[in-house]
Design a binder for this molecule. Sequence first.
Ligand SMILES: Nc1nc2c(c(=O)[nH]1)N[C@H]1C(S)=C(S)[C@@H](COP(=O)(O)O)O[C@H]1N2
Ligand SMILES: [Mo]
Length: 317
Amino acid sequence: MTVHRRREWELPEKAVTSCHLLVHRRKAMTVFGASMLGFGVINEAVADKVTYPPGDLSGTGRFDPGRPITPEQIVTTYNNFYEFGLHKNIWRRAQKLPTEPWTIRIEGEVERPITISFDDLMKKMPVQTRIYRHRCVEAWSIVVPWRGFPMRDLVKFARPLSAAKYIRVTSMSDPKVMPGLSIPYFPWPYREGLWMPEAVNELAFIGTGMYDEAMPKQDGAPIRIVIPWKYGFKSAKSLVKFEFIRHQPETFWEQTSPNFYGFWANVNPKYPTPRWSQAYERALGEGRVIPTQIWNGYGRWVASLYSGMKHDRHLFM
Ligand SMILES: Nc1nc2c(c(=O)[nH]1)N[C@H]1C(S)=C(S)[C@@H](COP(=O)(O)O)O[C@H]1N2
Ligand SMILES: [Mo]
């Protein structure tokens, strides 16, 4: 039996969490799937699940989002992926993104730069399920059951040198399928970055799937980062490069709008941006507006990272 105590990072309006149900359903699936295999019975629905096993489920309890999971239909049809256009409805267009094969470059201040296929990388990474809140700077939010692996494991795999203080990630840019790349105003390709202590923090995650499936193209197939305590734009999609570097990198949004969408971009309801107050957020699929929490409610894990820094607007935008 699961005894549910309210934790400080949960929202006060917390309803019944569907994530507990999800964990139990998945466990049942795994057991059921295994016994089915034993009898040589093929059931399409179950076979589908066992092709992408949920992996280590401990993160589902540890990082309880305190809110219901957002319906998959919303998360996969309301997207920000500017390479495909500046509106939310890009999911159909994004299906043109070729993701097989997919090659990832790891370079910079590492023992040995490497080019590796997505499939080979996945063979080396420990798959987990994590349910996280995601807060876009446009003042909407969702709760997503991700599948993937800790960013920490990718860092270990890369074997960075001590000179590596930051990681820069770069998204795919393919003008054949991405009409947004012809908008000259933007500093393509989409690039983002993290400070190394952030990247190895327990919460920093690499997403390769969601809702029991491989990552949908519109959500950043086949591999993206998921940084739940920062505004959504930090979580870059469809990554082709991880660079370990000495200096804080310039990012896509910082170059576009240096005063408002900066490198740190930690969620904080106290610092408004030009179009949004940031004090509240629309919980998509819940039909309500809820208060935004500092660090998006993940302060317990990340606040100490910033204890030596000045807590002014630069840390929060
Ligand atoms: N390459 C790339 N990554 C991106 C974006 C983008 O436009 N291009 N948008 C960001 C923003 S603003 C948000 S809120 C999230 C949205 O992720 P989702 O569509 O999977 O919910 O992706 C982020 N990653
Ligand atoms: Mo966003």
